[in-house]
Design a binder for this molecule. Structure first.
Ligand SMILES: Cc1cc2nc3c(=O)[nH]c(=O)nc-3n(C[C@H](O)[C@H](O)[C@H](O)COP(=O)(O)OP(=O)(O)OC[C@H]3O[C@@H](n4cnc5c(N)ncnc54)[C@H](O)[C@@H]3O)c2cc1C
Length: 354
């Protein structure tokens, strides 16, 4: 084995696909029982088709050349975020307001959701080269030419190179890296993982009935529990969906998941009418409870978008045999899908050309 890649999120899989395409022998090891990391689809149980996104949704290919390049490379298409009609705005006036809210120039959705990126990359890598439910516990030098990657099963993988594609705070707190200088550990700990403390709710319906009433499906609310919501109907048109970001704190969400669901439904009814009361499905994905993504540092304060971090995050370590590759360390769009694509590709190319 030439290269072990730790983490099967978008960064790790982009690195693995790039290396596999160049003929390298790669093994991806993922702690969770599924691949994708923060990218997760809600799938139709009968067909396995992705019908909604529980993690990221939007890309801006007009302004994100790396995204545009990978979409073309993987043969994926985008479609517009629906935003025709009025938004419902609550908590800004005594009664709910109805008015259009501007969309974002260039904002797009991927047909099949960002999970289509994960599916396409993993096909390129080959299922035999990706292991799930295999948390890494330590990464050590193994003689002058190799790296030993220890799994919590007691197994050790030995390779010539390693790419650590794990959220930086998770890696700093959960992996033994005895060779790492304090400057590196400090930079990892102080880099927030984008959206790690958030929860996203998706309500599926047979039809986008709110559109009949001239509503865009958007909500902006100071009252919550959804502080922001959007039409999330998939490219095929059915099922229809609304997704929203939950404004309750991680502790409050944990204390009352059923109360949260009831409050979301009553907010949807208030904004869109009685037809919203009985969705086909209502799923709340709480990223703060995923220990492979969120740490206590992420939950301690308000969510922060990462800035471009110091060069030590993008440096080679262990005599050039180890690199990091996760969205937050990227110099391009850190924290975003574009950052993950860029970080994974950069780490792979650096390894191939050094
Ligand atoms: C709710 C939400 C909404 C978002 N919205 C957008 C959006 O609209 N547009 C956008 O551009 N971005 C958005 N983002 C950010 C985007 O999802 C991320 O930038 C991107 O998915 C990060 O990919 P990654 O591979 O770098 O990291 P991750 O997806 O975090 O992958 C890291 C992987 O490492 C694994 N791992 C952790 N510890 C170990 C271990 N010890 N051993 C082995 N594996 C381990 C994890 O399980 C995970 O699979 C959103 C994120 C969330 C959560």
């Amino acid at each position: 084995m030439d290269i072990v890649i730790i983490g099967a999120g978008l960064s790790g899989l982009t690195a693995a696909a790039t290396l596999a395409e160049a003929g390298a022998s790669v093994q991806v090891v993922e702690a969770d029982s599924r691949i994708g990391g923060r990218i997760q689809a809600l799938r139709d149980p009968a067909t396995n088709r992705s019908v909604a996104d529980l993690g990221p949704t939007w890309v801006w290919p007009k302004y994100q050349p790396v995204v545009a390049e990978w979409l073309a490379k993987l043969g994926l298409k985008t479609f517009e975020q629906f935003n025709d009609g009025d938004a419902v705005i609550t908590g800004y006036a005594p009664k709910p307001l109805r008015q259009p809210l501007p969309g974002q120039d260039g904002m797009a959705r991927i047909v099949g959701g960002p999970a289509a990126l994960i599916d396409a990359l993993s096909r390129r890598i080959g299922a035999g080269h990706i292991r799930v439910s295999a948390p890494v516990t330590a990464i050590l030098a193994d003689g002058p030419d190799h790296i030993a990657v220890h799994l919590n099963s007691g197994e050790t993988l030995v390779a010539r190179h390693a790419i650590v594609a794990v959220p930086l705070r998770v890696a700093a707190g959960g992996l033994q890296l005895p060779w790492a200088p304090q400057s590196l550990i400090g930079a990892m700990r102080s880099t927030p993982t984008w959206m790690a403390s958030h929860a996203k709710a998706v309500a599926l319906y047979e039809r986008p009935f709110w559109r009949d009433a001239g509503l865009s499906g958007r909500i902006a609310s100071r009252l919550g529990p959804l502080v922001e919501a959007h039409d999330h109907t998939c490219a095929e048109g059915a099922p229809a969906a609304i997704f929203g970001f939950v404004g309750w704190s991680p502790e409050r969400r944990l204390q009352g998941p059923e109360g949260l669901r009831r409050a979301i439904l009553s907010q949807l009814v208030e904004c869109f009418g009685e037809a919203a009361a009985d969705p086909l499905d209502l799923v709340v994905q709480d990223w703060a409870t995923n220990r492979w993504i969120a740490t206590d540092f992420d939950l301690a304060g308000p969510p922060e978008h990462p800035e471009i971090g110091p060069p030590v995050l993008r440096a080679r370590h262990l005599d050039g045999r180890l690199r990091f590759a996760v969205s937050e360390m990227s110099e391009v769009s850190p924290g975003l899908i574009e950052g993950a694509l860029s970080a994974g590709h950069r780490a792979a190319m650096d390894l191939l050309t050094s």
